[in-house]
Write a protein that binds this ligand. Structure first.
Ligand SMILES: Nc1ncnc2c1ncn2[C@@H]1O[C@H](COP(=O)(O)OP(=O)(O)OP(=O)(O)O)[C@@H](O)[C@H]1O
Length: 278
């Protein structure tokens, strides 16, 4: 049984201009211990798909799927109470803007503690010990001192480490990372990616990496889903995708990488769109 199995996921938003189809029948499967990258340009429906899975879309979204199972549990029919037991514990998510994701009014230690209080039976000193252990595992120096810091007193990279600590606090079986390095400096990006992959390998959890960056895909993924305008264009193992892309859109994405440039100007995806028929 797969960890997460989604069939024919569709999401439509009710907007002032009428219904808008953000996702049009996409399948996703992730196994324990696997890293799935979902790649595509802005607006391709990567975040919407995972927010739908987490039950985090607004009421204006109509979500349908033929199947949406997490460890055999049907996420479509879960009560709000049962869902809260799964989401944030067995499935957790980190987002693009680490500083905005943390509450500026509370120390990072307090915020980590709140996560542990909600989802575990730990109390008092056990909570503090676990916070220090978590901060150590995500590479925050002087964790005992830093737990009293407010988010604005930490760098973007450190805040993302705190978000990762919060996401892994309850030892999730699946972690969804939505553009986790996009808002960070290039040098920090690599460190955060390495940390995520290391944590994934140590724990054996499934990891879904949402990204628009083929470099991130190459660094992290076992398998890749390429999305464009709410549809799946291609799904392949990471080596196959880079060596032998089948879909014109995937070929266009790969041609737009700086290392594949041949002329004076980098090609863009739209250079390929008409010829490729997408
Ligand atoms: N709450 C909403 N109401 C209406 N449309 C929405 C809503 N949320 C997302 N969309 C639209 O759905 C489409 C897919 O959005 P989504 O955020 O999934 O894209 P993405 O591939 O993750 O891109 P990005 O990397 O920019 O986040 C976009 O056109 C977006 O404008």
């Amino acid at each position: 049984m797969s960890l997460l199995e989604i069939r024919n996921l569709k999401v439509e938003f009710d907007t002032a201009k009428g219904p808008f189809k953000a996702l049009d029948g996409v399948d996703y499967t992730v196994d324990a211990g696997e890293v799935l990258a979902i790649v595509g340009e802005s607006g391709s429906g990567k975040s919407v798909a995972m927010l739908a899975t987490m039950g985090l879309l607004p009421d204006t979204a109509t979500i349908t799927a033929d199947k949406m199972d997490f460890e055999g549990l049907d996420l479509r029919t879960l009560s709000a109470k049962a869902r809260r037991k799964v989401i944030g514990k067995d499935i957790s998510m980190i987002f693009q803007e680490p500083i905005a994701s943390l509450n500026p009014c509370f120390t990072v230690g307090f915020q980590l503690g709140e996560t542990l209080k909600v989802h575990t039976d730990l109390k008092g000193k056990q909570i503090k010990d676990r916070i220090v252990e978590l901060m150590t595992s995500v590479g925050i120096p002087d964790p005992g001192g830093r737990l009293n810091a407010f988010p604005h007193q930490m760098s973007g990279g450190q805040c993302q480490r705190v978000m990762i600590a919060m996401a892994i606090a309850c030892e999730p079986k699946l972690l969804i990372a939505d553009e986790p390095t996009t808002a960070l400096d290039v040098t920090i990006q690599k460190q955060i990616l390495d940390l995520l992959v290391q944590l994934q390998q140590d724990s054996g959890m499934g990891l879904i990496m949402i990204t628009h960056d083929m470099g991130v895909v190459a660094e992290t993924a076992d398998r890749v889903i390429v999305q464009y305008k709410g549809r799946k264009m291609e799904e392949a193992g990471v080596l196959d995708l880079f060596e032998n892309p089948q879909n014109p859109y995937t070929k266009a994405l790969l041609s737009a990488l700086p290392e594949n440039a041949t002329g004076d100007r980098l090609p863009t995806v739209s250079d390929y769109a008409e010829a490729g028929g997408f």
